[in-house]
Design a protein around this ligand. Structure first.
Ligand code: SF4
Length: 202
């Protein structure tokens, strides 16, 4: 069994309900959406056998994998998840939620963008919803979304690395201020910042 991999790196989860937790990120190639604000290169990729992937990740002192992308559900199967589970790994996914996600996953973070109804149909229950929002966007109705333990409103950061000159870009500041107001007016939602872009880690 193999996967088409864009990159593997060890870092802290920067956003959402697991913020600050050490995790092995495995970014899979390919996506089934074309979001205009997308800041991720998911094209191409290198085919790797599961045993090769394990050789790379076993050096890290951490047993949490985050499958990310692109859209990782395009490639992940129960057999692949069972392989890493048998090696003692817990597995989270960052997904747009349009495809059904495996019950073998330990944590599902779903960011359905404009496809909330598809996501609810494919994945009625998840761990968290993370909605990227820019100034002027509306939040979806909670009842239209998959049921989740937490609902995060995430201001879109205009730059991949904010604060490089000690300042947030004006666009990012505008998006954050807008999302702060949304969270105040809609208390079922929690503000989530992309802290990895603030502290300049992957
Ligand atoms: S779903 Fe995510 S990775 Fe795919 S295009 Fe949208 S933002 Fe980019």
């Amino acid at each position: 069994m193999s996967l088409k991999i864009k990159e593997i790196f060890y870092s802290l989860q920067g956003e959402g309900g697991r913020t600050g937790e050490a995790s092995i990120f495995i970014r899979l190639a390919g996506c089934n959406l074309k979001c205009e604000f997308c800041d991720t290169d998911f094209s191409g990729g290198t085919e790797m056998e599961l045993t090769e992937i394990h050789q790379v990740i076993k050096k890290y002192p951490c047993r949490w994998i985050i499958w990310t992308g692109g859209e990782p559900a395009l490639q992940l199967t129960d057999e692949i998840l069972a392989f890493f589970k048998s090696l003692g790994y817990k597995q989270a996914i960052e997904s747009n939620g349009i495809l059904p996600l495996s019950q073998l996953l330990d944590y599902k973070a779903v960011s359905p963008k404009g496809n909330v109804l598809y996501a609810k149909k494919a994945n009625p229950i998840v761990d968290e919803i993370r909605m990227p929002v820019q100034k002027g966007d509306n939040l979806p109705e909670i009842e239209d979304l998959p049921e989740a333990k937490r609902y995060f409103v995430s201001p879109i950061f205009a730059e991949k690395r904010e604060l490089t000159d000690g300042k947030l870009s004006a666009e990012t500041r505008g998006n954050i201020a807008y999302c702060v107001e949304l969270a105040l007016q809609n208390p079922q939602w929690t503000l989530s910042l992309q802290t990895h872009k603030l502290i300049n880690i992957e």
